[in-house]
Ligand binder design. Structure first.
Ligand code: FAD
Ligand code: HEM
Length: 508
């Protein structure tokens, strides 16, 4: 077959089609290696991107930025996501369109998919190479992964259609081609369950399928791809070895976790004696899981929890939602990772006014940050939105002093005990909150720090934050932590009003 634009003579790749890998046939068609260079092009571009991300964090982690250029969630540390994903899409499509020949293009889809894997694993590394906070690259990881899956699927569909039309569908079931088919089949449910809605609902299933697909993909494509892809596999495996190393050696084993709970409350505190030489900054989080000797630590996902206590305290307090599918008891050994910093808060030393807004368990981020602001003499106010009036017990247990304006959004026992995580953080529609009846507050009065206010219903956030839009807004900030609905509402408000928003989203 001859392509009109390049004038190259192109034959369908007999080795790939016949599955003759390693058969000792040294005669290759003229197109057998034609795609290899494109894999390397993409790989070198991904290295350039990794270096750019690193350099970007090196520069911007030092100072805060206003979210004016679309740098959302973490304004000063987020490498622009839309730009990155858009560029990857454009580059990959350009490479794909370089030769219009169908047989070569579908083959190239497969190579491009695999060439992006080392970069994709790099984006998910935990910890990443300093100063890249691992959470800041996770969104890009999700999109690059989708690109990988999409290209893998196009590659598979391309061959299925081609062989179907040529009447040689049986080639699909030759051993080396079959390996590709297994990955193709796994990609479809992973693509579906990785959508935010399903991922949140079935996180454990997502995680299991994610990791199974990762290992099957790396293993099988190493044999399936012709010409070979050992270079990409070796790099990916090295990165995964580093990841396993961190999960075994960059952790502390803890036991006798003290659980502080209260009847009817949807929040509890897990108090852990601070291991010697365990250091962290206010607002840092850790990853909690079973000890590495427990097989569950390797099957189930690890849990990110923000450290609610201040670094000078003798224990590590975590605020957790209850009930949870993650069993936490004083009879079991757990492992905690070293701490992870996601934000550089030092720029706030010069802030004029800061408003802290927590949704549900988001209070774990807000409390230590409030103490930090207090130590710097920065003016701040705090609003906490939670579902359940009994949740106030954690303020007492954490020995919170100072003003916290708390909004209780759940009015009934049914609302207090909800299984929906977004709801459980205490956010509901305004219509719902209008019908909330004021209840007897006597049960909670003693839990409430003196000087704090306690209200029922959804907080009028725009009114509450309005004072930040006056005067020199560049010195005013909102810091928010918790569920997606709260964080995105405040980020939108910040963009509209030119007020900087720093957010810690409590979801992956
Ligand atoms: C940076 C960061 C800090 C966080 N800090 C806190 C905190 O201080 N207190 C707190 O209660 N929560 C915090 N979270 C959220 C918390 O990690 C998850 O809600 C928790 O792991 C859920 O575990 P579960 O067994 O109770 O989940 P489930 O009850 O099974 O699920 C509840 C929700 O949590 C999500 N989820 C489940 N497992 C995980 C996991 N391993 N990692 C991430 N999300 C998961 C699910 O999508 C679902 O929406 C934080 C999340 C992040 C990303
Ligand atoms: C072929 C595709 C993919 C590859 C190669 C890949 C690779 C990885 C790796 C190596 C990790 C670290 C695992 C760990 O530490 O336990 C990871 C984590 C993660 N990946 Fe992927 N992934 C892929 C697809 C996806 C998709 C499609 C999504 C969602 C849209 C996704 C979301 C995540 C998340 C949220 C984490 C963090 C898990 C945690 O920290 O607990 N991945 N990925």
């Amino acid at each position: 077959m001859k392509t009109g634009d390049t004038g190259t003579y192109i034959h369908f790749d007999s080795r790939h089609e016949a599955g003759e890998h390693g058969s000792g046939d040294h005669h290759h068609s003229s197109t057998h290696y034609i795609n290899v260079k494109f894999g390397y092009y993409l790989f070198f571009l991904s290295i350039a991107h990794a270096i750019a991300i690193w350099a970007y964090h090196r520069v911007f982690f030092q100072r805060p930025r206003k979210p004016s250029l679309g740098f959302s969630a973490l304004p000063w540390v987020n490498f622009p996501l839309v730009l990155s994903v858009g560029a990857w899409l454009a580059i990959s499509l350009a490479i794909l369109c370089y030769s219009g020949a169908y047989a070569i293009a579908i083959k190239r889809f497969g190579r491009l998919s695999y060439a992006l894997v080392p970069f994709d694993i790099f984006l998910a590394l935990r910890p990443n190479i300093p100063p890249i906070p691992y959470l800041s690259t996770l969104d890009l990881h999700k999109w690059v992964s989708r690109l990988i899956i999409l290209y893998g699927l196009m590659h598979g569909i391309g061959y299925l259609v081609k062989w179907g039309l040529e009447g040689v569908f049986g080639k699909t079931f030759l051993l080396l081609n079959l390996l590709g088919l297994v990955v193709f089949i796994l990609f479809i449910p992973l693509l579906v369950i990785s959508a935010r809605y399903f991922r949140r609902k079935y996180y454990r299933t997502f995680y299991a399928l994610h990791n199974i697909t990762l290992f099957v993909f790396l293993g099988l494509i190493t044999f399936h791809a012709r010409p070979g892809v050992l270079f990409f596999t070796s790099l990916s495996v090295l990165l995964l070895i580093y990841q396993v190393f961190c999960r075994v050696f960059r952790v502390c084993t803890v036991q006798n976790v003290e659980i502080i709970s209260s009847d009817y409350s949807s929040l509890l505190i897990a108090r852990i004696s601070k291991p010697t030489d365990y250091h962290y900054f206010p607002g840092d989080h850790l990853r909690l899981t079973y000890s590495p000797t427990n097989f569950k630590a390797w099957i189930f996902p690890t849990h990110p929890y923000t450290i609610a206590s201040f670094p000078d305290e003798p224990y590590i307090d975590l605020v957790l939602r209850s009930p949870s599918s993650f069993y936490l008891g004083s009879d079991c050994q757990y492992s905690i990772s070293y701490s992870y910093t996601t934000m550089n808060l030092s720029g706030l030393k010069h802030a004029k006014s800061v408003h802290l807004v927590a949704g549900g368990t988001g209070i774990s981020f807000i409390l230590p940050v409030a103490k930090l602001l207090l130590s710097w003499g920065v003016f701040f106010s705090t609003t906490w939105v939670t579902r359940n009036k009994y949740d106030l017990h954690i303020l007492k247990a954490l020995n919170v002093k100072g003003n916290i304006d708390t909004y209780i959004t759940g009015a009934t026992e049914k609302q207090n005990k909800t299984s929906d995580p977004e709801e459980a953080h205490g956010l509901m529609s305004s219509a719902e909150s209008e019908n909330v009846e004021l209840e007897d507050l006597s049960a909670t009065k003693e839990e409430k720090p003196s000087g704090s206010s306690l209200k029922f219903g959804r907080p009028p956030l725009k009114d509450i934050l309005n004072y930040l839009t006056e005067g020199d807004v560049s010195k005013n900030w909102v810091i928010t932590a918790g569920p997606h609905s709260l964080v995105s509402e405040i980020e939108t408000w910040g963009k509209l009003n030119g007020v900087g928003v720093l957010s810690e989203l409590y979801e992956m």
